[in-house]
Design a protein around this ligand. Structure first.
Ligand code: CP
Length: 330
């Protein structure tokens, strides 16, 4: 993607739409900033005044548990005012266009929108129409992108396996419909990971994996061989028009993250999943909550990553200081 819409003339974060094309120094700045926000295990959460006087709207046109709540927590820990719009009971049900909803909430003094939408490209469309000084953070648009999920994924990996260039990553499941897979592949590639294997049935694999700089296989043993990181993905049934899948049991036998299939990966491989999981389809509960799993760590790290993204954007407000107080970078 052209970075014109998400970076300003000085290359600083203006909106966050996608990890595709996001420069490595900026990704590293987000990860380093997030480090300063993630408390040590058992320590109380850090609250800082970086977004005091700012208003963050969570505008989710699609359901969410992790992303919406961690954006809310992140904004509150940055001392912002936070509004969680319930789109299901909003005037959208009376036919209001999504852009008119944006303009209406902007008129209330919104500074940052975290937006989830079922349509590919929706976040870029909102960003193109946002007022100066109002930022759009993509919280997942269709099967296109989920950049904060990708950033929390690479943040979590970096904490355990800091050498991205020697990492073997297997991403298993419904790749083609997964915005997480697309965004995480871009982030890993930018950070230097060369060995990324996509594993799944043919209908879930991209047509041209080489164009993405990855390999693809339907053979789980080959895909997981000596992998350092194994990331499972949910089947995105909400984005699949034709139900062409074989039975769940057969899918789980061939592609599920269970002890039999994981025996092909390194014994200390990190087990990841963006959630929500479908137990006994793409992963067993025993694996999801095993000592190798960092799935709940991913969730926790999402707060720090979302704090970092909003703090960096706020430090880069395009509006005049008289109109909107500008906070310094952390
Ligand atoms: N990973 C993720 O986006 O989960 P939610 O749909 O629960 O936000």
């Amino acid at each position: 993607m052209n970075n014109d819409i998400q970076l300003d003339a000085d290359g600083r974060l203006r909106h966050l739409i996608t990890t595709e094309g996001l420069p490595r120094p900026l990704i590293e700045q987000i990860l380093d900033t997030a480090e300063s926000f993630v408390p040590e295990m058992g320590a109380p959460p850090k609250k800082v005044p970086l977004l005091r006087g700012k208003t963050v709207f969570n505008l989710f046109f699609e359901n969410s548990t992790r992303t919406r709540t961690t954006f809310e927590l992140a904004a509150k820990r940055l001392s912002a005012d936070v509004i969680n719009m319930d789109v299901g009971t909003s005037s959208r049900t009376k036919g209001e266009d999504d852009l008119d909803t944006l303009f209406t909430l902007q008129a209330m003094g919104a500074d940052i929108f975290a937006i989830r939408h079922p349509d590919n490209g929706a976040a870029a469309r909102f960003a193109a129409h946002a007022a100066p000084g109002v930022a759009i953070v993509n919280a997942g648009d269709g099967s296109h992108a989920h950049p904060t999920q990708a950033l929390l994924d690479v943040f979590t990996i970096r904490r355990h396996r800091p050498d991205f260039s020697n990492l073997r990553v297997a991403i298993v499941g419904d790749i083609v419909h997964s915005r997480v897979a697309h965004s995480t592949i871009h982030a890993l590639r930018t950070l230097g990971t060369r060995d990324i294997r996509l594993v799944g049935p043919a209908e879930f694999l991209p047509a041209d994996p080489a164009a993405l700089g990855v390999s693809a296989t339907e053979n789980i043993a080959a895909g997981l061989r000596d992998a350092d990181v194994v990331m499972g993905l949910r089947i995105q049934r909400e984005r699949i028009a034709d139900e062409t899948l074989a039975g769940v049991d057969d899918y789980h036998r061939r592609f599920g993250l269970n002890p039999t299939n994981l025996a092909h990966a390194r014994p200390d491989a990190l087990i990841m999943h963006p959630g929500p999981i479908n137990r006994d389809v793409e992963i067993t509960a025993d694996v999801a909550y095993s000592g190798q799993s960092v799935i709940l760590e991913q969730v926790r790290n999402g707060i720090g990553i979302r704090m970092a993204v909003m703090a960096l954007i706020a430090g880069n407000s395009a509006a005049p200081p008289s109109a909107r107080p500008v906070h310094g970078l952390v």
